[in-house]
Design a binder for this molecule. Structure first.
Ligand SMILES: [Cu+2]
Length: 206
């Protein structure tokens, strides 16, 4: 029968629910319970929880701290973004904002750092390409992640949280260099190979 939108269809909600539909409702409910249980289980057993500290911080305070960090350890610039090389073991700072990551970090392979992440404006996502590392960067919070780069090379930080018209341009950089001792250990010809097939020779970091 033809019906228009103003004419309500015949209502059937008082009719008995079909058995198969009930089965599906229970399957869906059971699956919800499984996922619900996974949250606490994964929190305790997943080994994927942030390894560091967490605190609140205002955008201005964080920006001041980043500027101080840059003033202390800047070694150059990349485009208009400062490049910093902090000493191993130090606290390092990375600021996310529309639409950049600041500064460029130059880190030593094998050294531990406490990486402080915060956003000055809205939610951004820290994704270290091409590694499978992903972290939400939320304004108002300072996340201190303990990180130890285990591979030398250039890595790009991609924003994986849509943050507006310039989102796709929001690319930062982390440069991981071999520790000076390892670089000095080889002969000059060995050193020329670092980064190609000789990475195992340079300490077997992988
Ligand atoms: Cu972003």
């Amino acid at each position: 029968m033809f019906r228009t939108g103003i004419e309500p269809p015949e209502r059937v909600w008082w009719k008995k629910v079909h058995k198969t539909e009930k089965v599906w409702v229970w399957i869906a409910f059971g699956w919800c319970m499984v996922l619900f249980a996974m949250m606490p289980l994964w929190h305790a057993r997943g080994g994927q929880n942030p390894s560091g500290i967490r605190a609140t911080v205002g955008a201005d305070a964080f920006r001041d701290r980043v500027n101080e960090f840059i003033a202390d350890y800047q070694v150059g610039t990349d485009g208009n973004i400062p490049v910093v090389e902090p000493p191993p073991g130090s606290d390092i700072y990375l600021e996310a904002a529309m639409w950049y990551w600041r500064p460029v970090l130059r880190l030593q392979r094998g050294a531990e750092y406490t990486l402080h992440l915060s956003s000055l404006d809205l939610n951004h996502g820290f994704s270290l390409y091409p590694l499978n590392i992903n972290f939400q960067v939320v304004p108002g919070y300072d996340y201190g992640l303990r990180v130890t780069p285990n591979e030398a090379g250039e890595f790009h930080i991609v924003c994986n949280e849509f943050c507006g018209i310039g989102h796709h341009l929001m690319v930062g950089k982390v440069i991981v260099i071999d520790p000076p001792a390892a670089a000095d250990a080889g002969t000059p010809s060995d050193r020329a190979d670092v980064g190609s097939d000789a990475s195992a020779d340079a300490g077997g970091g992988r």
